[in-house]
Design a binder for this molecule. Structure first.
Ligand SMILES: *Cc1c(COP(=O)(O)O)cnc(C)c1O
Length: 494
């Protein structure tokens, strides 16, 4: 039986997984969700013996039911290969009593690689299955990491173009350098004068513009999304929670069925939603800790049931989490409403028009096991310094938000569960912030001097992704206003 996908915002007929992957966003502006969340079919013990690729197949076959075994395995083998610098793909490292799930061993050294290394393969396979002959145009808004990971995934992939918009002053120097040096005849990178929410709103507006879609269709183009609203990104992210549990079980850190917690540094709510799905599938996850930086809109929401984006947008040292509109929360809202698409639509309209919404007590009661927390800039820096000094382990600013929030939660609650911290980026991606947290004396050093110093103190080799950009040429320098995004896209696709 095929598992079908429906929009969170309407009663339109459900569609297949491959169609949902192709579309990205539903025409009514909603997000695609599976009609039901499938249960794991293997025991935890069996899962613990699998390689990453085998675990990926066991999860994805349950969701992408209209793909053949051969198609899925080919997508998986092409994604999780030597692009990753470890055969484990997502290793777990213990430090200071917490288990860091390192999701940054892919080609762009952030967790976005976990899903974006497979999405191009899922998408081109889905296009073939559905006899799509138009060129697929990937439109992406990025807070820094999605952009590069999507560029790396889609560069020179036949039948696709990739256009990335990033906030000109809202990403780290290394993140920007990684993007503007991207090669590939089908790749376009544009800085916008605005923040991530502006970029994301601009992209969503283009997706929802029927006239634009028709004009482009006439020229042989069709839009799709590499943002985490695409179900083709969400599902691959479920895999590593299951794999990590298996890893801890295999090592004897936990016993079969033992409940563990997971803390996830959160922006668009994609990564933690994947953990939520993993839990619904039967993985023994207990508390899911949604960790925010000073843009703590999700913390406030989880505390009060009121989502209010009308607040100052703060630029922090964890820029990939500088987000006030967390798109994937809509999928949790939908589930908490008992899959009520009318209710979800009303709430999302209220967010667009009024800048806020409030869920009912009943809905709030349905969001159990997801706790919010946030870390200030100084708490984040302090955690990086402490962990380095006590354990010699250097983590990035985003991961540090997760670890800081979790450490305080643990102290307050005395929760004895073991916990994994989603380690979402390599410290090399945010070298300056990381090094200045460790010692303010690093403030005077240049970006690449800092890279070498980080390697010296952490005893971790400089990743290839960083070596590459030391001398790479800048190939993209286009900048536009946030109201010019559509014009830029039309020019590119002329
Ligand atoms: C994207 C990103 C996040 C936030 O993940 P979401 O799925 O958007 O919640 C956290 N840390 C890093 C390093 C990221 O790139």
């Amino acid at each position: 039986m095929n598992l079908l996908y429906q929009s969170t915002r309407s009663h339109a007929a459900p569609i297949t997984a491959s169609q949902a992957i192709l579309k990205g966003l539903a025409e009514d502006g909603g997000l695609y969700v599976p009609e039901s969340i499938p249960k794991l079919t293997l025991s935890l013990k069996e899962l613990s013996t699998l390689t990453y690729q085998q675990a990926a197949y066991e999860v994805m076959k349950l969701y992408f039911t209209d793909f053949t075994e051969e198609e899925l395995k080919s997508c998986i083998d092409n994604a999780y290969d030597e692009k990753f610098d470890t055969a484990e793909i997502a290793p777990v490292k213990e430090a200071g009593g917490l288990y860091y799930l390192e999701l940054f061993h892919g080609s762009t050294i952030a967790f976005k690689d976990m899903a974006l290394s497979i999405l191009p393969h899922l998408l081109t396979t889905a296009a073939k299955k559905n006899n799509v002959t138009d060129e697929i145009v990937i439109l992406t808004a990025t807070s820094g990491d999605t952009g590069k990971a999507a560029l790396a995934g889609f560069a020179d992939v036949k039948g696709t173009r990739i256009i990335v918009f990033y906030p000109k002053d809202g990403v780290s120097p290394i993140q920007e350098k990684q993007m503007v040096t991207q090669k590939g005849d089908n790749a376009y990178v544009i800085g916008i004068e605005g923040n991530f929410d502006d970029a994301q709103n601009g992209v969503k507006a283009m997706f929802n513009n029927r006239q634009l879609a028709e004009d482009l269709k006439a020229k042989g183009y069709v839009f799709s999304s590499a943002n985490s609203i695409n179900i083709g990104r969400l599902v691959p992210q479920i895999v590593y929670y299951i794999y990590a549990y298996g890893n801890l079980l295999r090592k004897g850190v936990i016993s079969e069925g033992e409940k563990i917690n997971a803390a996830v540094p959160t922006g668009n709510f994609g990564n933690i939603l994947a953990a939520f799905y993993a839990k619904q599938m039967g993985l023994p996850l207990d508390k899911l800790i949604c960790a925010s930086n000073e843009n703590k809109v999700l913390f406030d929401f989880l505390e009060t049931g009121i989502y209010n984006r009308k607040r100052e947008f703060i630029l922090t040292s964890s820029p990939s989490m500088d987000i006030l509109i967390s798109s994937n929360l809509e999928r949790l809202i939908y589930l908490s409403s008992g899959k009520d698409s009318d209710k979800t639509l009303a709430l999302m309209n209220s967010l667009t028009k009024e800048g806020e919404y409030e869920i009912t007590k009943e809905m709030k009661g349905n969001i159990t096991g997801v706790l919010g927390g946030y870390a200030s800039e100084s708490q984040t820096a302090e955690l990086i310094k402490d962990l380095y000094e006590k354990e010699g382990y250097v983590i990035d600013t985003h991961t540090a938000v997760g670890a800081s929030v979790y450490s305080r939660y643990k102290e307050k609650s005395q929760d004895a569960n073991k916990a994994i911290i989603a380690s979402t980026a390599s410290p090399y991606k945010f070298t300056r912030s990381v090094m200045e947290a460790i010692d303010p004396k690093y403030g005077t050093m240049g970006d690449f001097e800092l890279v070498d110093e980080l390697s010296r103190i952490s005893k971790v080799a400089v990743p290839a992704a960083i070596e590459e950009i030391r001398s790479a040429k800048v190939l993209h320098n286009r900048i536009c206003r946030k109201d010019e995004m559509q014009k830029v896209v039309e020019e590119i696709l002329k």
